[in-house]
Write a protein that binds this ligand. Structure first.
Ligand code: NAD
Length: 254
């Protein structure tokens, strides 16, 4: 079950955190992994790990916010069976703490980056008569979370793009779903704690852990397991869905 032999994966942001865990797991399952990354050194490090374990992988320097850069990378792929739009950035702040530059930055990476990769992959998947897309949303897409104004906007858009795209490409045999994690312990979380709460990192880490009723953050590998199911042939009946993976955050926090 869950074999990815002969499948080509394109994943954005595979140099760190959730994207790295997905890249490593998909390579173990037999996929050829192509990582599009802003941070080329991080992508190379994931690729080297995959190759050392006997897998196949390549790194591509790419800013997903830049359509030309995305187009040039996708032009090098003869087939893409699976696209995972995972690259994303955060912003902490309510409306008044969100500048025009902040909202543009979040829009460009989280929303336009997803659009750019969908735009580039669709002709390739149509020509192959099918494919699978998985987008990384967040619980912030469907729950009001304090001080995540711009981030929530962007993940709401990822969820609605998922539904719209899944509907439009049903007849092309392209499945499209998204995952909505609660907090996952990755450099993404460590980075925003260091930036936004430099004087009480440990206290905030404990607070963020406790906000999941299960009592901790997720591990990136736990998100990768759900991604594997959704991108496998075993999930052939699954499309147009958002999958919370949240330690009870959405339904048990009362
Ligand atoms: N960590 C969490 O708690 C959490 C929760 C819910 C959703 N998510 C989402 O999961 C995804 C991955 O998060 P993570 O925690 O693994 O983050 P991370 O910061 O550890 O990794 C993100 C990777 O994306 C890359 N990246 C950023 N901007 C890019 C761009 N413009 N072009 C190409 N690559 C770019 C970064 O270089 C980095 O390697 C994000 O979309 C995030 O919003 C994370």
């Amino acid at each position: 079950m869950f074999s990815l032999i002969n499948k080509t994966l394109v994943i954005t942001g595979g140099g760190s955190g959730i994207g790295q865990a997905i890249s490593l797991l998909f390579a173990k399952q037999g996929a050829e992994v192509n990582i599009l990354e802003l941070n080329q050194a991080a992508a190379e490090s994931t690729v080297n790990q995959i190759i050392a374990e006997g897998g196949k992988a390549k790194a591509f320097a790419c800013n997903v916010a830049d359509q030309q850069s995305v187009k040039e990378v996708f032009a090098q792929f003869s087939k893409v069976d699976i696209l995972i739009n995972n690259a994303g950035i955060a912003h902490v702040g309510n409306l008044e703490n969100t500048t025009e530059a902040d909202i543009d930055r979040i829009y460009n990476v989280n929303i336009k980056g997803t659009y750019n990769c969908l735009y580039a992959v669709t002709p390739i998947m149509k020509a192959a008569k099918g494919g699978v897309v998985l987008n990384m949303a967040s619980i912030a897409a469907t729950v009001g979370i304090s001080d995540r104004f711009a981030y929530s906007m962007s993940k709401g858009a990822v969820l609605s793009m998922t539904l719209s795209y899944a509907k439009d490409y049903l007849k092309e045999n392209i499945r499209c779903n998204c995952i909505s994690p609660a907090r996952v312990h990755t450099p993404f979380v460590d980075g925003f704690l260091a930036k936004n709460y430099p004087n009480n990192i440990e206290e905030m880490f404990a607070k963020l852990s406790a906000s999941q009723p299960i009592g901790r953050m997720a591990k990136p590998e736990e998100i990768a397991s759900l991604a594997l199911y959704l991108c496998s042939d075993e999930a052939g009946f699954v499309t147009g869905c958002d999958y919370p993976i949240d330690g009870g955050f959405i339904r048990l926090n009362n």
